[in-house]
Design a protein around this ligand. Structure first.
Ligand code: FAD
Ligand code: DHB
Length: 396
């Protein structure tokens, strides 16, 4: 067994793991990142695309925002479409100038990997049998296998950034955790299409046949979603059927959906999930390993980034001042924000989707909510400030 040492061992090279590793490097703290998939797989996975202002600002301050500034699409509003009519929520006006940036998660990961490598950082891909142990000790360990050799890494701290299906959360004794869960009776069928986006801004559409969303990745690539069954068989959805359904649900007068070749398609289930606390001794959970939001509020990636921003501050305080003060409050500080973002994601999801057991009363109520949210300045403002991203609570 080869034994090595680092300050912070990080499991998972998604947004949480890579942002944490680079933030720590900027504070002069050493880390090693372990990822069980290949770099190519991680950088090609089609996932989120909406960055909050705070995420954009952080990536820019970290020196990894240059391509995002050049290629990202800045939006100052979204459209809510119902009864065949569009209603714009004007973020700039309602939030004092804030907006969102459309830039794919895969591109963020490419920029972060390049920055880590340029800085001599250690990101190990295709690592097998990753396990954490001695979690209750002051030197927890990560065991792994790489190129048929077994290794053990001694750490001061471990960050579990390995997503919902990772190994970190299940390594914590179950009596130490409480899980809160809600599974929705629907999923999203998503496509990437070689078609110029049919709208400058995102369109969230409520329709009798279910929710639809028009988003984009570049001025030439559209990203579109349809509410579907949670276990929908993608094979039953020909490109023609997908486009027909999108035309139906996104219909509006004087507006046309532009079609194009479908480059990728897939189905995602939807759930809300939180584990409390997000810390077990010297193991800290961050991002999807600690919480999942339904995608309707576009929050998953952004929440992962805000967790590790807080964790990096806590670790910096530990190494610079020998103080565990902030680290001991990590879970409490994160969870306050996590639950507000859970509430918003649940609310957007509940307002915009058809539920299996809904009745005409529920539909009328959803339409009244959409009418209220698009006609009351107070209600629009609440949506806008959550969508562009709630500020981080002060850490002092
Ligand atoms: P992840 O990005 O999941 O990263 C975790 C990493 O850990 C992965 O690279 C994984 O391979 C690695 N890993 C797992 N287990 C191990 C192990 N045992 N050893 C080593 N490495 C391991 N959010 C939105 O806002 N909008 C969307 O449209 C959207 N679409 C999504 C589609 C899908 C299919 C999924 C799964 C998520 C989507 N999300 C979306 C959510 C968003 O992408 C996540 O919230 C975000 O990726 C969270 O980042 P993370 O770093 O916490 O986790
Ligand atoms: C996208 C995903 C979302 O979940 C969302 O609410 C908006 C946009 C996207 O993939 O572009």
């Amino acid at each position: 067994m080869n034994v090595q040492r680092t300050q912070v061992g990080i499991i998972g090279a998604g947004p949480a793991g890579l942002v944490l590793s680079h933030l720590l490097h900027l504070h002069g703290i050493e880390s090693v990142v372990f990822e069980n998939r290949s770099r190519q797989h991680v950088e090609e996975r089609v996932r989120a695309g909406v960055l909050e202002q705070g995420t954009v600002d952080l990536l820019t301050q970290m020196g990894v925002g240059e391509r995002m500034q050049r290629e990202g699409l800045v939006h100052y509003g979204i459209e809510l479409r119902f009864n065949g009519e569009g209603h714009r929520i004007d973020f700039k006006d309602l939030t004092g100038g804030k907006g969102i940036t459309i830039y794919a998660q895969a591109e963020v990961l490419k920029d972060l990997n390049n920055a880590r490598i340029a800085a001599g950082g250690q990101v190990l891909f295709e690592v097998e049998d990753v396990a954490v142990c001695d979690l209750e000790s002051s030197h927890p360990k990560i065991r792994y296998r790489k190129d048929a050799t077994d290794y053990e890494l001694h750490c001061d701290f471990i960050a579990g950034c390995d997503g919902y299906h990772g190994i970190c959360r299940p390594s914590i004794p179950s009596h130490a955790l409480t899980e809160y869960d809600r599974i929705y009776p629907f999923g999203w069928l998503g496509i990437l299409a070689e078609a110029p986006p049919s709208s400058h801004e995102l369109i969230y559409a409520y329709h009798d046949r279910g929710f639809a969303l028009l988003s984009m990745r570049t001025p030439h690539i559209s990203r579109l979603y349809l509410q579907c069954q949670p276990d929908e068989d993608i094979e039953t959805w020909s490109d023609d059927r997908i486009w027909h359904e999108l035309h139906t649900r996104l219909v509006s007068s004087n507006w046309k959906l532009t079609e194009g070749p479908v480059l990728q398609k897939g189905v995602t289930g939807m759930r809300s999930f939180v584990v409390e606390p997000m810390q077990y001794h010297r193991l800290f959970l961050a991002g999807d390993s600690a919480h999942i939001v339904p995608p309707t509020g576009a929050k998953g990636l952004n929440l992962a980034v805000s967790d590790v921003q807080i964790l990096a501050r806590g670790l910096d305080e530990y190494y610079s001042k020998c103080s565990l003060r902030l680290l001991d409050r990590y879970s409490e500080i994160c969870l306050r924000r996590v639950w507000k973002v859970q509430r918003f994601s649940w609310w957007m999801t509940s307002m915009l989707h058809r539920f299996t057991d809904d009745n005409p009363f529920d539909q009328r109520r959803q339409l009244a909510e959409l009418d209220y949210v698009t006609s009351s300045r107070a209600a629009s403002k609440s949506l806008a400030e959550n969508y562009v991203g709630l500020p981080l609570d002060p850490l002092e």
